[in-house]
Structure formats: structure tokens, C-alpha cells
Write a protein that binds this ligand. Sequence first.
Ligand SMILES: O=C(O)c1ccccc1NCC(=O)[C@H](O)[C@H](O)COP(=O)(O)O
Length: 270
Amino acid sequence: MATILDKILTRTRTDLAAREATVPQSRQEALAATTPPARDFTGALRPENRDEGTPLALIAEVKRASPSAGPIAEAADPVGVATIYDAAGAQCVSVLTDGPFFGGSLDDLKAVRSAIDRPVLRKDFIVSRYQLAEARAAGADAVLLIAECLPGDELAVLHAAAGEYGLHTLIELYEPENMPRVAALAAAAPERTSIGVNNRDLRTFTVDLEHSLKLVADCPAGVTFVSESGIRTRKEIDRLAAAGVGAVLIGETLMRAPDSAAKVRELVGG
Ligand SMILES: O=C(O)c1ccccc1NCC(=O)[C@H](O)[C@H](O)COP(=O)(O)O
């Protein structure tokens, strides 16, 4: 049976073909080449760039909806949300740019990038060089690459291509068997690569923080390990930090909080 990831990837490829037919790769390349340089996403997550006493770094996500939760905050204004994250002290902001499943867009990312100085991640299902050019042209500083979506040498090819555009990379995995190839890529380019472990099994939507706690030991020295999904409390964050997790990526908890600035401070404040 097709998983949610299979469905997302099928739709991604269909929509991508339509965009490529409208705006050719050469045009995206030209736009990307005139975009101001990417900000240091990877560096912003390092301990020396955080306020004293903060347990780990935060990538705060703009997320209107998701396949697991359905609508979260469909009417949210991405710039308003990102500005609050920024002022409350998140080190980086993630913007979901997938439309059909998450209600996001590249326009959201563009608007957020011009409103804040923090590095911005394009969170999407990237399977082609075209999407990298598109991300840079929209102002993204970093992109997510998901190991489970990029078999064989596809991950290494897109990771190298991201570097050519000056984009930093958060490489995500769920399956432990993908850690060796992800770790090798990150160890070879630690100045522009972080490793993210998704706590959410995308086949069942089950969330288990133990997944990060098990895999953090396999993260190469000098590479930031990011725990992603399902994080809700300061207690969980303190536990992740004590195990060596360097950053967390949080969407739903912040988007649902009545006061998201207070939630940021509660979760990662010093
Ligand atoms: O969130 C989902 O339901 C989802 C489903 C299928 C593919 C990806 C999905 N989420 C993307 C993410 O990685 C999360 O948005 C991110 O880790 C934040 O998670 P959370 O804090 O649980 O919103």
C-alpha cells in the first residue's frame, strides 16, 4: 500500500513538471544567481551562537496543516509567525513550502526571508535540482533533503548541487540504515550540513523521541544533530539536550500555542 510519503512524492513530481514547463530551469538559475548570499544556517545552530543557558538550538517551523494533524493554523500569517519566533529567540526558521499537504508556498518563504534576519529553511520534498534553484531564488538559506526520498546516489548528488547554489542542508532520515550515508555526507561538509532525525514514522505517524535518543550516538563529531517532530515540553528538550542533541525542529506545538513567543521561551529559554 502506498505510504503518505509515496503520495506526497507522486504529487510533488507532477507539480514540479508543471512548474518546469512554466518557468524553465535556466530562468530559475538566473534568479538564483542574483539572490543575496545564503545566511549561515548551520553556524546559527552551534552552541557558541546561542544565549548562555539555552539547552539547545531551535528551528521554529511555520506550519499551517499536515497529513498527520490536518488543519493546524490554516489562516496563519507566515511573516507574523516568523517575526514572533525571531523575537522570542529561535535560531532559525523553517517554512513548509508544500501546498497540497501542508498549505505552504514559496511565497510564504520569500515573505519570511525578507522580514527576518535569521536563516530560513525550505522544508519540502526535494527530488530535483530545479527545486534547489527555486529555493535559492526565493531566498532560502538552507534546504531539507530526506534520505528516504533520495535512494542510491541521489542524496549525494543533490547535496553537492545544494552546495553549488550556496545552500546549507539539513539531511533528514528516519530509517537507521540510512545513517551511514547521511553521516558520511555531513562529515565531509560539516560547515554546511546538519543531520535531522525524524521522530515521526511517516508510515504510521507514530511519534517516538526515543528514535532520536538512539541515533544521536551515530552523529559525527562537529555535526549538529537535530531532533524533529512531536516535541512538546521542556522536559523532553532537556532530556534530548542531555543526550547530545544540538537542536530541535518544532512546528505544531508552537503553531497551536496561544502565545507562541512564551512557548519558545518555555521550551528553550536560558
Ligand atoms: O507532519 C506531518 O504530518 C508529516 C507527514 C508526512 C511527511 C512529513 C511530515 N512532517 C514534516 C516534518 O518534518 C514536521 O513538520 C517537523 O518535523 C515538525 O514536526 P512537529 O513539531 O511535530 O509539527
